[in-house]
Design a protein. Structure first.
Length: 126
């Protein structure tokens, strides 16, 4: 009888415990991430994100040799990639798009949200 109880206890523990993975944001939603989505501009928000994460391959000087000809240094060039859906598809790592930045980590959720907010605001050149 003791063996049965021990076996049941082991089965209970094995089936009710396990690995638990969660993010800090989900565990502590009251902590502010400091992500500014109210004042998103091309010159103050979008361009710095692209400069920090994309210009290695997609600056005007590097695009032909390492960026598949895709330039992201000027507003008009970025607008082309927004309109064809490649900018957000790539930075969100969506299926059917080349995940960017290539060989680097994904942009932060805040950066992706800021890019999306700029697009949702009709991509102003400000």
């Amino acid at each position: 009888m003791k063996r049965l109880h021990a076996l049941l206890l082991i089965l209970f523990v094995a089936t009710t415990t396990g690995c638990y993975y969660d993010t800090e944001e989900k565990l502590y939603p009251q902590i502010s991430t400091g992500c500014n989505l109210t004042d998103v501009t091309f010159s103050g928000t979008v361009s710095p994100i692209l400069q920090a994460s994309c210009y290695t391959c997609h600056s005007n000087s590097n695009a032909a040799s390492s960026g598949d000809g895709i330039r992201l240094q000027n507003y008009s060039d970025v607008l082309v990639q927004v309109k064809n859906g490649k900018l957000m598809g790539s930075v969100k790592h969506a299926g059917g798009f080349s995940a960017m930045p290539k060989g680097g980590g994904k942009l932060t959720d805040c950066e992706i949200s800021q890019l999306q907010k700029w697009i949702d605001n009709n991509t102003p050149n400000n």
